[in-house]
Design a binder for this molecule. Structure first.
Ligand SMILES: Cc1cc2nc3c(=O)[nH]c(=O)nc-3n(C[C@H](O)[C@H](O)[C@H](O)COP(=O)(O)OP(=O)(O)OC[C@H]3O[C@@H](n4cnc5c(N)ncnc54)[C@H](O)[C@@H]3O)c2cc1C
Length: 440
């Protein structure tokens, strides 16, 4: 069967669904193809969806029983050594104002809900019978003619379109096929994420984490959580479960001969984490590759004749220490790619010169601005000191500062000097501090 759409979207994750919502609202005729049984079936995130773009796509989503778990009202960054945890903690009522700036999500629930919202938008559009969300179909090939993308092939079927938005996620095989990505992505541009969903009685969870209504906590960890492997951990509260996981450097795992699930088990046994997850039951285990946020990992270009690359397929992600931002980047890039496709349809021009407006829009959005501004922080996070020396030093200082043991007490400055002496060279630390201040 041959058919022609204004646009075909490959991938029904956050980027693909955001593009689809924008196209439906713009009355385009489009086809979204997802290989999972349903949208969300194959997807893994920590996950906090940061930013407020969701409210742009689904206004006042918080008024219904939407697919999110909790809004983020409490944030914590924890430095760990083997026995202790020293946290920077921030809780504020301002987070309760809508639109929220962060919501925790479970992707199997959230993506399926979001796909339902896209279907509603299709039903209300001018072409309710000419746009489709098709699941359980793998796109095997992007069809090209004279160097220009003209459609896709799935099994025996070919579908044609004026343009294709590739939103296939980090394992970007089709992006490589159209020649925008190298055949192999360097292993230092990707990490591995492992995550468990731990079910806990809702009342116990809310009492334990001091949550009320739909408020939630995000806790990031550095130090002993990763057993000396480059990376860090996270704990996010859902309605009646906890998402607990790690993002670990692939090369470092290989060099240190560790497996992600062993490191995750050790993380769960840390006394501080064990107290947080006590009484819970593992109901889901998942692992997924994730970009490191190094801008050098981006494809050579994110548009071509008849094609645009959105979301993590374009390695759009930032982890500069405060949070992992991949879903919000996927959402914004999906919106911008679809807006460009709508403009291109109006002008009846889907050439690479027209679609370069997508790149321009992304460059002037917070996505590429922040990725460029925070590259030093991304690189700093990968330095050994950040996941060993610094957390050990901070916890050592914390142990002295908070211990009252019927002995003369040192001044805090003397304690700090003693901790530095035990863990680092003073000048190396000053240099690192200056770099950190500049990077953030
Ligand atoms: C452990 C972990 C924790 C994370 N935590 C966070 C977090 O807290 N916050 C955050 O913002 N980000 C987080 N991320 C990153 C975030 O998950 C991604 O950046 C985000 O999901 C990217 O969205 P996407 O739509 O580009 O890709 P995806 O969500 O991966 O969606 C791609 C879709 O395309 C489909 N697909 C792929 N190939 C084909 C094909 N050939 N044919 C048909 N369908 C296809 C897939 O099935 C999938 O549904 C985390 C990632 C991991 C692994």
């Amino acid at each position: 069967m041959e058919d022609k759409f204004d646009c075909i979207i490959v991938g029904g994750g956050i980027a693909g669904l955001s593009a689809a919502m924008t196209l439906a609202r713009g009355n385009a005729r489009f086809l979204l193809i997802e290989r999972g049984e349903f949208c969300g079936a194959k997807n893994v995130s920590g996950g906090v969806l940061w930013g407020s773009d969701l409210a742009r796509l689904v206004p006042e989503y918080w008024k219904e029983d939407a697919g999110f778990e909790r809004f983020v009202s409490h944030r914590r960054l924890t430095f760990m050594d083997e026995q202790s945890a020293f946290s920077v903690d921030f809780k504020s009522n301002h987070f309760a104002e809508t639109p929220y700036t962060g919501v925790t999500v479970l992707r199997a629930v959230f993506d399926a809900w979001f796909a339902g919202k896209v279907q509603e938008a299709i039903d209300q559009s001018e072409h309710p019978d000419e746009s489709f969300i098709a699941t359980d179909i793998l796109v095997e090939e992007v069809v090209m003619e004279d160097g220009r993308v003209v459609g896709i092939r799935a099994g025996e079927e070919t579908f044609l379109a004026d343009c294709v938005i590739i939103a296939e996620g980090v394992n970007n095989l089709l992006t490589r096929q159209v020649g925008l990505e190298k055949p192999y992505v360097a292993s230092d541009h990707v990490a591995v994420g492992v995550k468990e969903v731990l079910k806990l009685d809702q009342n116990v969870l809310e009492d334990r984490f001091q949550l009320s209504g739909r408020s939630g906590l995000t806790n990031e960890f550095v130090g002993a959580c990763s057993e000396g492997v480059e990376g860090g951990g996270f704990l996010y509260t859902n309605q009646d479960s906890i998402s607990l996981g790690l993002v670990l450097g692939m090369n470092d795992l290989r060099d240190k001969q560790k497996t992600p699930y062993d490191v995750l088990n050790t993380f769960k046994e840390h006394p501080v984490v064990a107290d947080m997850i006590r009484g819970s039951e593992t109901v889901e285990y998942s692992a997924h590759v994730v970009s490191t946020g190094d801008i050098k990992g981006m494809p050579a270009e994110i548009f071509g004749d008849g094609v645009m690359i959105a979301g993590e397929a374009a390695h759009l992600l930032l982890n500069a220490g405060k949070a992992i931002q991949g879903m919000d980047y996927a959402m914004r890039s999906g919106i911008l790619a679809a807006e460009t496709a709508l403009e291109a349809s109006k002008a009846d021009d889907h050439s690479s010169s027209m679609l370069s407006n997508y790149r321009k829009a992304l460059e002037s959005s917070y996505v590429l601005q922040d990725m460029r501004s925070f590259q030093d922080a991304v690189h700093l996070l990968h330095r050994e000191e950040m996941f060993s020396t610094i957390p050990n030093l901070v916890c050592d200082f914390g142990r002295q500062f908070f211990t009252i043991d019927s002995e003369p007490t040192m001044k805090a400055s003397a304690m700090m000097r003693a901790s530095i002496k035990r863990h680092a060279s003073y000048w190396d630390l000053v240099k690192l501090g200056l770099k950190g201040a500049k990077a953030l």
